[in-house]
Design a protein around this ligand. Sequence first.
Ligand code: NAD
Ligand code: UDP
Ligand code: UDP
Length: 335
Amino acid sequence: KTTSKPPPLPSPLRFSKFYQSNMRILVTGGAGFIGSHLVDKLMENEKNEVIVADNYFTGSKDNLKKWIGHPRFELIRHDVTQPLLVEVDQIYHLACPASPIFYKYNPVKTIKTNVIGTLNMLGLAKRVGARILLTSTSEVYGDPLIHPQPETYWGNVNPIGVRSCYDEGKRVAETLMFDYHRQHGIEIRIARIFNTYGPRMNIDDGRVVSNFIAQALRGESLTVQKPGTQTRSFCYVSDMVDGLIRLMEGEHTGPINIGNPGEFTMVELAETVKELIKPDVEINMVENTPDDPRQRKPDITKAKELLGWEPKVKLRDGLPLMEEDFRLRLGISKE
Ligand code: NAD
Ligand code: UDP
Ligand code: UDP
């Protein structure tokens, strides 16, 4: 007797735990600094399959080299300003240059990435019913008039300045997230990330911590942009990744600030790098760029209460870990 029905799948495949509880996760911008650390953490869980989509503008395959070829990992060269068709359960949407030097390099592309890129990822989330997390930024507060900044603060942003492609781009991205949530019932999460540092930052990406460490190691003077009294609060990357995963897994849409409330002036940061890495290095005051926020410090009450999250790594403990990574990549060993 013949039958046209295909034979049933062998039971271990049909009913294995792996098939039932596997979570497919898309990380856009996963070849970048924060994204690659997030991928490392997600890959630790054997139930996760991770797909990275990245156009390598500021990221690199090198950051993911330990996962290339792994059966639960996939890397796609893809620009998020183009539609993307994949089947996933969660989307961590990080794709966007984060350093001012890079996001100002092609501002029109930056705003397209934020607006069209986020729209595409929301369209994808809508089609497949995925939960989506956006990495927004403390820059949505602009040059803040309230200090520290709570999530309820609407910000003080120049809509036509050289930073606007990034600040206003992220503000529109947040708007799109909430409109898809209200109009289409998409499950959203918004993290407002404050300055983050750690291993794998682009050595020459122009951000202050990477600049100071690279300068100290190369024996060049540290370039403090005037007036030097402007402040930032620096979060170590492992704390950041922990906060992002808690937000994704939790029940709250946000926006929620994720950052370290320890606040430093740029002169204090330079002094700390000098003391820890190269005590005889010079500190040079140089010209600043327009619209530089004068102060920035997260109010993390919401993250503590709603996510049970707070940062653990102090600046003085995180800087040496980054120094170690920069020494390896620059080929400068400790005397
Ligand atoms: P990064 O530049 O190292 O990583 C960004 C990644 O996105 C890179 O791999 C880059 O190639 C990719 N990318 C850029 N444009 C893309 C596009 N159009 N299509 C596909 N991929 C694209 O930056 P990061 O520090 O890892 O930042 C990650 C996210 O966190 C960004 O959304 C950034 O806005 C946000 N954020 C970072 C900080 C921080 O201090 N690092 C602060 C606030 C917000
Ligand atoms: N989109 C995508 N992947 C998908 C589904 C949609 O990239 O799996 C893109 C799509 O090309 C569109 C955007 O997401 O540009 C918004 O999609 P949506 O369905 O919300 O809007 P519409 O296509 O109706 O304009
Ligand atoms: N900055 C500095 N020296 C540098 C690079 C940056 O003093 O070599 C200052 C900059 O003026 C700003 C702060 O460091 O006040 C943080 O700049 P960064 O570009 O790292 O991040 P932002 O928070 O401005 O996005």
